[in-house]
Structures are given as C-alpha cells and as structure tokens.
Design a protein. Sequence first.
Length: 174
Amino acid sequence: MRPHRLVAAGLLLVVTLSACGSGGGAGWTYAPAPSPTPVASGGPSGSPSASGSPAASGSPAAPGSPAASGSPAASGARGTTVTVVATTALRFDTPTLEVAANQAFSLEFDNQDATQPHNVVIQNPDGSNVAMGDTAPFTGPEKRTYQVPALAAGDYPFLCQVHPQAMTGTLTAK
C-alpha cells in the first residue's frame, strides 16, 4: 500500500507543477526582484543644474544637494570634471588638482568614508569660499558634483570644513 501512496503523491506533484507552469488561469506572472542598482528616473533631483533647471540624477540625491554624477550638469556640460577623493579623516587622497584657467568646470567629491561626514570647499585668494552650490558635509560612500565658475590663473586651496587642519589640498588653474 505504501508504494501506491508514493505514486499518488508523485502524480499529484506532477499535476500541480504542470498547472503552475502552464500559465493558464493562475492570474499572475513572474516578476524578477528589483535590481540593486538604481535606474535613473529622468525626473528632477531637486537641485538646479548649470542652467538653473532641475538635473536628472543617476543616483538618489537629497533635496538641495548638488547635481549627482552622471547628470547632464555633471557630465561635461560645464567643461572638465576633476575629482577629489576622501577615504579617511586624515587627508584627501587627491591633494592636488589642475584645471584650465578662465573656464568653468565640475568638481566631483567622492567621499568614501562611511565613518564621518566630510565636504570640500575651494577658497579664493582672499580666504572666501568659491561659490559652488550646497557644500554641506555628508557621510559616504557617496559622490556629489559641484559646478565651479571660471577661476583666474593661480593656486586655490581646498579643504574639508569638518577637518580643516588635516584635509587640505591645492587646485591650480593654469
């Protein structure tokens, strides 16, 4: 009698699997799990681009944050893009940068430090900050791209306002 039960259970399993796989009458379809990589929505990121209109973002951006990397404002619409990298609060991993003088450019800040917030600001020769949008500190890993106006030839210090003694660098406009 036991073999008959096994055969009956096997037939029931085959019939059940056939019904599930036939697609007839179940009323549902298979949908794969969402991708772990966000897809650009094409909608506004909540921040102005170089033209003053919202920029599309390839990654989530907080309201009021600069245009994210990969957006039209950050992908060369304003010329060259230079990158500053921070992996710790001890120093910038990219302490020197060079850009063309008298040409606007994009500055990408790649904050890879997940333990502390950092930011980057460029200073004019008089010690005031160069206007480049919202430079509020943020914790990584995250990248933010800032639009920097044309700078006259010369050396411009840049720093993290959270760690101004340790995290410094020099941007040279030639």
